[in-house]
Design a protein around this ligand. Structure first.
Ligand SMILES: [Zn+2]
Length: 285
């Protein structure tokens, strides 16, 4: 039987505030600020980013969906480049390497760090992109203009340590770009434990636009952009016509009365671009 790893305190408020159970006790919510986290994570998942995560785990067909990952990578890069022009970039948790590939195609000196060996091999051998094997928090790199983490922060043991590492690996005025599920989305509220992005087995932290902004700013960054997107943002155009996608579209429309794919608060996925101040190293070292 595997051990349960319990988190007793709010990541934002610390140990002095109480919390309440949510969704039948699966989640805890801070009574002071509303931040939400998974009540107990199976400790065996701490070692999940070995080959089994992508090959034998929930992502067993990961490598069968290359076109989808390339589409997502292109969307993420367009979003990033609409506000930031990095010359160098590091992706923490680069998975199969598709975002690194897209960034390099756009002329950015991009590389990745990834703990899953199968993904590192795929990135290097199939995509021919530079990816180091390991965890971002313990990997030394040269300072870069931008650090990206797409669907990483909700998994890590210590989001503050992740953000401190990003800070230490950025040039002054450098950028961080993050994407995580949005626990305050209309779909999360509507679907409860059935919301596919909840993923309680692996997601320790459940961010909202407010809590992610507060966390990122408490770690020394200035949030420049924060919005949310609905799942269809990453659905390729023809697939948006599938019945399941149309049903989701109808439900999202009922919630926000708009067909826009982004929203300040209600989309399934939350994304933030934040910047270090010009001289940040001393204040938060
Ligand atoms: Zn709190």
């Amino acid at each position: 039987m595997s051990a349960q790893l319990k988190t007793a305190e709010c990541l934002l408020c610390g140990p002095r505030t109480g919390n309440e159970p949510l969704l039948g006790g699966s989640l805890c919510r801070c009574l002071t600020c509303g931040f939400t986290w998974t009540n107990a994570i199976d400790e065996s998942t701490r070692d999940l980013y070995n080959d089994s995560y992508f090959v034998d785990g929930g992502y067993q067909d990961y490598f069968a969906h290359v076109d989808q990952w390339r589409y997502e990578a292109g969307r993420r890069l367009s979003w990033l480049l609409s506000g930031v022009r990095p010359r160098t970039l590091l992706e923490a948790g680069s998975a199969g390497g598709f975002f690194v590939e897209a960034a390099r195609s756009a002329g950015i000196d991009a590389s990745g760090v990834e703990p899953t060996r199968a993904c590192v091999r795929y990135s290097r051998e199939r995509l021919k992109v530079p990816v180091q094997h390991g965890y971002f928090e313990s990997t030394a790199v040269k300072p870069v203009d931008a650090v990206c983490g797409f669907h990483v922060l909700e998994h890590v043991d210590d989001p503050r340590k992740f953000l401190a590492t990003a800070r230490s690996q950025l040039v002054p005025s450098g950028w961080i770009a993050l994407e995580v599920p949005n626990i305050d989305s209309s779909a999360a509220r509507r679907q409860g434990t059935s919301w596919p992005h909840l993923y309680l087995k692996h997601h320790r932290w459940h961010f909202s636009p407010q809590s992610l902004t507060r966390l990122v700013e408490s770690c020394g960054f200035i949030v420049r952009r924060c919005d949310t997107i609905f799942t269809r943002y990453y659905t390729r155009p023809l697939r948006r016509l599938r019945p399941s996608a149309l049903a989701k579209l109808a439900a999202d429309y009922r919630a926000v009365k708009s067909l826009r794919m982004s929203d300040p608060q209600c989309g399934d996925l939350l994304r933030v671009i934040a910047q270090l101040p010009e001289s940040s190293m001393s204040a938060y070292a």
